[in-house]
Write a protein that binds this ligand. Structure first.
Ligand code: PGA
Length: 252
């Protein structure tokens, strides 16, 4: 049985006050987690150190939403692996479609960031996903294949053990349109096959592949019951303790 990872991507929401309220709310709802389930919250950079303090003694892990591929230097506005580690992060989301779409991040830079994260003992959550135009043009498989091969390029089997992959169809993010469980399962199966081709089946079988895109309490159970869906990357529904907790409790 693979582990299940439910991660909350707070995006550009929550100041320090909002962070305190959300973390305290989650702590009171999630005193123990279902077996095999890891829960990660990914607040904005400015809230990481506070969140880490508030999470002491809780089973909830901390992640960031982005990271530089460089160690340090004159990179105005960037955040390094060392800063994330010292703020208490264990995970980092890389290559989210909003980073790709609005900040021009390409597979190559996401791959460089992934290598840097793993070398720094951070677990990367690597995002891939097709746009609506690509799905309608029938090129989903090709797009996903290119992205998966690109972001995983050159990673060794040992490095792959800390990688989480998130399939997030761009047309389902923040739109209320979820991929059907069957649509999601089909792409998850493709991603697992790609990992097996790059490495081997035993490794592919262990790789955690999350689904993301309008995951809500009322669709989580069905999505998470698919064979190749091993968790969720949750945006909107992670901003309220109740809805995030019900998604976590939907894991069977
Ligand atoms: P959403 O966002 O759940 O609000 O669709 C998911 C994500 O972007 O990770």
């Amino acid at each position: 049985m693979r582990n299940v990872i439910i991660a909350g991507n707070w995006k550009m929401y929550k100041d320090l006050q909002g962070t305190t309220e959300l973390i305290n709310g989650l702590r009171s709802q999630l005193t123990t987690l279902p077996p095999r389930v890891t829960v990660v919250v990914c607040p904005p950079f400015t809230s990481l150190a506070l969140a880490s303090t508030l999470l002491k003694g809780s089973p909830i892990r901390l992640g960031a939403q982005n990271m530089s591929q460089h160690d340090e230097g004159a990179f105005t506005g960037e955040i390094s692996w060392n800063m994330l580690r010292s703020a208490g992060c264990e995970y980092v989301i890389l290559g989210h479609s909003e980073r790709r779409q609005y900040y021009g991040e390409k597979d190559e830079v996401i791959n460089a960031k992934a290598k840097k994260a793993i070398a720094s003992s951070l677990k990367p959550i690597l995002c891939v996903g097709e746009t609506l135009a690509e799905r309608e043009a029938g090129v989903t498989d090709r797009v996903i294949t290119t992205q998966v091969r690109g972001v995983l390029s050159g990673l060794t089997k040992a490095e792959m053990s800390s990688v989480v992959i998130a399939y997030e169809p761009v047309w389902a993010i923040g739109t209320g349109k979820t991929a059907t469980p069957a649509q999601a399962q089909e792409v998850h199966q493709l991603i697992r096959k790609l990992v097996s081709q790059i490495h081997d089946w035993p490794l592919a079988e262990q790789t955690v592949i999350q689904y993301g895109g309008s995951v809500k309490p009322d669709n989580a159970a069905e999505l998470l019951s698919q064979n190749d869906i091993d968790g969720a990357l949750v945006g909107g529904a992670c901003l309220k303790p109740d809805s995030f907790a019900s998604i976590i409790n939907a894991v069977k």
